[in-house]
Design a protein around this ligand. Structure first.
Ligand code: GDP
Ligand code: MG
Length: 178
């Protein structure tokens, strides 16, 4: 493995309202007073060192996809700068699930020859009565995308820790196979 500490830039993308900022806030430890050594690098960039499988990893999380003030270039920027991506949809919003497929295609186009780690994230899993996308559909979509899949709830903090650990593992898998 490489010397020194590993630092990965992880980018949140997905339709407005699916819960990207809520997931980022949990990552930032806003609701976690015990372990809140997160550094705020900008209003939508967070840095935190995680211990995953006994090895530390620094994750820089970018939540600027919906930043309309900065214009469209920010999305092109996002597509270029990530070492890994979290493509988020809401399980209560089929349109956001369809959007996720579009984003996967865009990402593939933007980074053609790279094998970029991606996790497809079905958020809002706590809203069981409003579900529009089944777990099976999410899983099948991830197979087509050739990426990992997880359902999370930012509201009840279910699987959020697992999500960020998971993306670190995905980056490492590729690093270690080189
Ligand atoms: P973003 O536009 O993708 O950044 O989405 P936000 O994080 O701003 O969330 C949009 C809305 O969905 C807010 O009202 C959140 O409180 C709500 N929300 C986000 N995640 C969840 C979740 O897991 N469950 C529920 N019930 N609501 C959520
Ligand atoms: Mg947001």
């Amino acid at each position: 493995s490489e010397s020194g500490s590993s630092c990965y830039r992880v980018v949140l993308i997905g339709e407005h309202g699916v819960g990207k900022s809520s997931l980022a806030n949990i990552f930032a430890g806003v609701h976690d007073s015990i372990d809140s050594d997160c550094e705020l690098l900008g209003e939508d960039t967070y840095e935190r060192t995680l211990m995953v499988d006994g090895e530390s990893a620094t994750v820089i999380l970018l939540d600027m996809w919906d930043n309309k003030r900065e214009g469209e270039w920010i999305r092109e920027h996002c597509m270029q700068v990530g070492d890994a991506y979290l493509i988020v949809y809401s399980i209560t919003d089929r349109a956001s699930f369809e959007k996720a497929s579009e984003l996967r295609i865009q990402l593939r186009r933007a980074r053609q020859k790279e094998d970029i780690p991606i996790i497809l994230v079905g958020n809002k899993s706590d809203l069981v009565r409003c579900r529009e996308v089944s777990v099976a559909e999410g899983r099948a979509c991830a197979v087509v995308f050739d990426c990992k899949f997880i359902e999370t709830s930012a509201a009840v903090q279910h699987n959020v820790k697992e999500l960020f650990e998971g993306i670190v593992r995905q980056v490492r898998l590729r690093r270690d196979s080189k």
